[in-house]
Design a protein around this ligand. Structure first.
Ligand SMILES: *[C@@H]1O[C@H](CO)[C@@H](O)[C@H](O)[C@H]1NC(C)=O
Ligand SMILES: *[C@@H]1O[C@H](CO)[C@@H](O)[C@H](O)[C@H]1NC(C)=O
Ligand SMILES: *[C@@H]1O[C@H](CO)[C@@H](O)[C@H](O)[C@H]1NC(C)=O
Ligand SMILES: *[C@@H]1O[C@H](CO)[C@@H](O)[C@H](O)[C@H]1NC(C)=O
Ligand SMILES: *[C@@H]1O[C@H](CO)[C@@H](O)[C@H](O)[C@H]1NC(C)=O
Ligand SMILES: *[C@@H]1O[C@H](CO)[C@@H](O)[C@H](O)[C@H]1NC(C)=O
Ligand SMILES: *[C@@H]1O[C@H](CO)[C@@H](O)[C@H](O)[C@H]1NC(C)=O
Ligand SMILES: *[C@@H]1O[C@H](CO)[C@@H](O)[C@H](O)[C@H]1NC(C)=O
Length: 464
């Protein structure tokens, strides 16, 4: 079963504004006096709506090229005119162009050892300090920096942590779909897949055939002829040769279901792969059109065909690269996998009533796998929450935690109001950090209300 899911989502929209690209020198190691080596951290600036004295809206980049987040976080640009705000998207170290050791950044445990949340937050602090010096030359020392942090998913965790750890640097944070409490939380390890299953149950009642399909795959691939047949059905680039390949096929199919649920937005979206509006419903509808399923192989044919909603919506994909380990192809996946191994340990498991194969989660096994892959020994699973906060929030202030109830990650979010200024809002019909996306004519009232709530809070923090 898959260990980690990339938390972000990747959909491109046509933008009506431009950014400029910049780089700032930041220390590779913020916490050591024995080295002063720096690297170039990339950030994007949208100054179209900036008027002198306006605040800075600072997006805390997460686990991908910052352009992905720029393209998927139109909310900041949408509301910038209300505030005369400068919008900045900061790239996370080890992603995109922000590579501390250039092309070899991911090549050894030594080089990867600067890929930590503490270092990433410190990068943002250096950048914000530099921006405020550039934009608020006349600021007196007692002033607060008028900076609001934003982030979605892991970026939402970073935004919340930035406010908690550096309240003198950011005035408040909008943390969307930030599954802080998924970290080291075995109690809710099955919730993620349960929400995914519910999505397939609600949007066309197709969780049952999915559940059956795993056994069908395992049954048929026991024989060499079966391996060939299943490889053909799923149009695999590299046919199944052994049980590991079967595991990978199953992981990749499961991963596709998760992606459709996370990105279950009500309008067409496009990035590396194009997705129709309401992709989960599209999948189930397509599966249903194969109503006379006679054999297990027929079922797999039907599933394979419906899966093209997620893997081949463009109709341009020749074959499915489903037997390659999922983290082996992309540097981004590799860096995120490392982070999920080392610091952001979020247990996911599955039970019999969930549409995925049964899996349990066990810290020793997980650790063993991580050591094997990266040669690093994970921190204790909770250390990131101990270091930055997350479980005890009553001393924090000025944070909005928003979660969409259609997002598999929501169960790990902060779902209750903590105080007057640390508030949780729940968006009934929203997928993964929907509220940070640019406005769209089909946005629901709930999503629109959530965005209004954010604006109100930001006004309060800025005292306007
Ligand atoms: C963005 O930049 C391009 C090239 O500089 C320019 O042609 C275009 O008009 C700009 N778009 C907006 C919305 O400012
Ligand atoms: C780093 O340290 C070296 C000597 O240890 C010094 O020559 C250099 O100027 C320093 N660089 C920066 C950016 O501080
Ligand atoms: C949903 O699917 C299950 C299994 O395929 C079937 O038994 C059940 O009747 C279906 N429910 C509805 C409401 O269609
Ligand atoms: C898998 O094989 C077992 C044993 O032959 C059989 O009982 C079961 O129905 C099969 N399941 C599927 C989904 O093909
Ligand atoms: C199942 O069998 C029926 C009758 O033989 C056939 O018409 C139908 O196409 C088959 N279904 C699939 C998915 O192959
Ligand atoms: C993708 O769609 C095209 C057009 O329908 C089809 O020819 C091709 O076989 C599909 N590829 C995969 C991997 O599903
Ligand atoms: C740990 O991994 C071993 C070997 O893969 C497996 O047999 C065992 O069941 C796993 N333990 C748990 C609790 O998942
Ligand atoms: C938290 O408080 C706000 C009002 O400040 C309210 O709109 C929201 O519904 C509350 N959230 C929860 C989860 O009760």
């Amino acid at each position: 079963m898959i260990l980690f899911y990339v938390l972000f989502c990747c959909i491109k929209i046509i933008l009506s504004y431009n950014y400029t690209e910049h780089f700032i020198d930041v220390p590779i190691d913020h916490f050591s006096l024995s080295t002063n080596v720096t690297f170039k951290l990339r950030y994007l600036v949208v100054d179209k709506n900036y008027i002198k004295g306006g605040p800075i809206f600072f997006y805390c980049g997460n686990e991908a090229d910052i352009l992905v987040f720029y393209e998927n976080t139109g909310f900041l640009m949408d509301i910038a005119p209300i505030f005369n705000a400068l919008v900045v998207f900061a790239e996370h170290r080890y992603y995109g162009k922000s590579m501390p050791f250039g092309a070899s950044s991911l090549s050894s445990p030594e080089k990867l050892s600067y890929l930590t949340t503490s270092q990433a937050l410190a990068d943002f602090v250096v950048l914000i300090d530099s921006l405020t010096k550039e934009y608020y030359k006349t600021m007196i020392s007692s002033d607060t920096y008028p900076v609001i942090a934003f982030g979605g998913s892991y970026g939402g965790m970073l935004a919340a942590w930035l406010r908690m750890k550096y309240p003198h640097i950011v005035l408040g944070a909008i943390a969307a779909s930030a599954p802080l409490l998924q970290i080291n939380n075995l109690d809710i390890c099955e919730s993620f897949y349960r929400v995914v299953t519910d999505a397939y149950r609600r949007n066309g009642n197709c969780s049952y055939p999915i559940k059956v399909s795993w056994e069908a795959i395992r049954n048929i691939t026991k024989t060499p002829e079966g391996k060939t047949a299943v490889s053909e059905v799923f149009k695999l680039c590299k046919p199944i040769k052994n049980d590991d390949d079967t595991d990978r096929l199953i992981d990749n199919i499961a991963d596709t279901y998760v992606t459709l649920a996370m990105l279950n937005y009500p309008y067409f979206t496009e990035f590396l792969t194009a997705l129709p509006a309401n992709p989960v419903k599209s999948f189930c509808d397509k599966l249903k059109s194969f109503d006379t399923v006679n054999t297990s192989l027929d079922l797999l044919k039907a599933i394979s065909s419906a899966l093209e909603i997620g893997t081949n919506f463009s109709g341009t994909i020749k074959c499915n690269d489903f037997t390659t380990p999922s983290n082996a192809n992309q540097p981004t996946d590799y860096a995120w996998d490392f982070q999920a191994c080392f610091e952001l340990i979020m247990p996911l498991c599955s039970t019999e009533d969930i549409m995925f194969e049964f899996t349990n989660w066990n810290y020793e096994n997980y650790t063993k796998e991580c050591i094997k892959r990266y040669g690093v020994i994970p921190y204790t699973p909770e250390s990131v929450l101990v270091k930055h906060g997350g479980k005890i929030l009553k001393y924090a202030s000025n944070i909005v935690f928003s979660n969409g109830l259609n997002d598999p990650w929501y169960t790990g979010g902060i779902l209750k109001n903590i105080s007057d200024s640390v508030v949780a809002i729940l968006i009934p019909d929203a997928a993964h950090h929907y509220d940070l996306r640019g406005s769209n004519p089909v946005d629901s009232k709930y999503v629109i209300d959530a965005r209004k709530f954010h604006i109100k809070q930001i006004k309060k923090w800025l005292n306007i």
